[in-house]
Write a protein that binds this ligand. Structure first.
Ligand code: NAP
Length: 235
């Protein structure tokens, strides 16, 4: 039986990933910072719940202890993420970007991934088929955002895409350090969730597809890559 932890799984892509992985036979932990919402989501899906705020060392350490005591971990999905938006869901422009905004976004999207991965590595190392999926974004791609012909080129904010580019590098470096694990970054595609004020053009079912697929990467599957549903993406 494969045991999987998904961070930020009380709603959006994380919740849908949990639903699909429960259906695929995984024992799934819904990681959520809010106990009530997390428990409710877990009950709804027949999953387990663990309190986990990716910005809080004590919370992440306690979650790792709980999961270890209950049998360990095979798959970690680093899904929790934020995108700071302005009034009327406006995407922040470069001129308005502050160090504080960058710090807030990196605390969750980048340091959160490292904090959680670091805490759960000892458990993953005991698994016979350890897998890590880092939920990145198409906006992480330096190739895409610097190419005027790319659909992502228009995106003006600084903090969110930079944080996801950092997630991609974190993925590459962990994958080299742990060749016995399958560690990949994924781009779910533009999905209607609270993150973007529900402006996304895909459903969560569509968005979760690549996350679910990469969570089931076999031991001889790819590692250190960056994928969407159609295949490999340019960094
Ligand atoms: N939607 C898209 O178009 C899209 C595209 C590419 C990539 N992504 C990525 O997909 C991932 C999931 O996003 P989503 O679209 O599903 O957004 P969402 O519906 O807003 O869900 C984000 C989840 O992350 C959780 N979270 C935020 N900060 C957290 C923290 N400090 N500790 C623990 N959990 C925290 C949220 O919990 P609360 O309910 O407590 O806030 C929520 O469960 C993110 O990494 C996002 O960057 C999304």
């Amino acid at each position: 039986m494969t045991t999987t932890l998904i961070t930020g799984a009380n709603k959006g892509l994380g919740l849908e990933t949990a639903r699909q992985l429960v259906a695929a036979g995984h024992t799934v932990y819904i990681g959520a910072r809010d106990t009530e919402r997390g428990r409710r989501a877990a009950e709804q899906l027949g999953a387990r719940f663990v309190q986990l705020d990716v910005t809080d060392d004590a919370s992440v350490q306690a979650a790792a202890k709980t999961v270890e005591a209950e049998g360990g971990l095979d798959v970690l999905v680093n899904n929790a993420g934020i995108e700071v938006r302005g009034p009327d869901n406006a995407i922040p422009i470069a001129a308005d970007t502050t160090a504080d905004e960058m710090r807030t976004v990196f605390e969750t999207n980048v340091f959160g991934v490292v904090r959680v991965t670091h805490a759960f590595l000892p458990l993953l190392q005991r698994s016979t088929a350890p897998v890590v999926v880092n939920v990145s974004s198409g906006l992480a791609s330096l190739t895409g955002l610097s190419d005027p012909d790319s659909p992502a080129h228009f995106y003006p904010a600084i903090a969110y895409p930079s944080s996801k580019t950092a997630v991609n590098m974190v993925t590459v470096q962990y994958a080299k350090a742990f060749p016995g694990m399958r560690i990949n970054a994924v781009e779910p595609g533009f999905t209607a969730t609270d993150l973007n004020g529900r402006t996304g053009t895909q459903s969560v079912e569509e968005g979760a597809e690549i996350i679910v697929r990469m969570a089931q990467t076999p031991p001889d599957g790819p590692t250190g890559g960056y994928f969407d549903v159609k295949g490999s993406l340019p960094w």
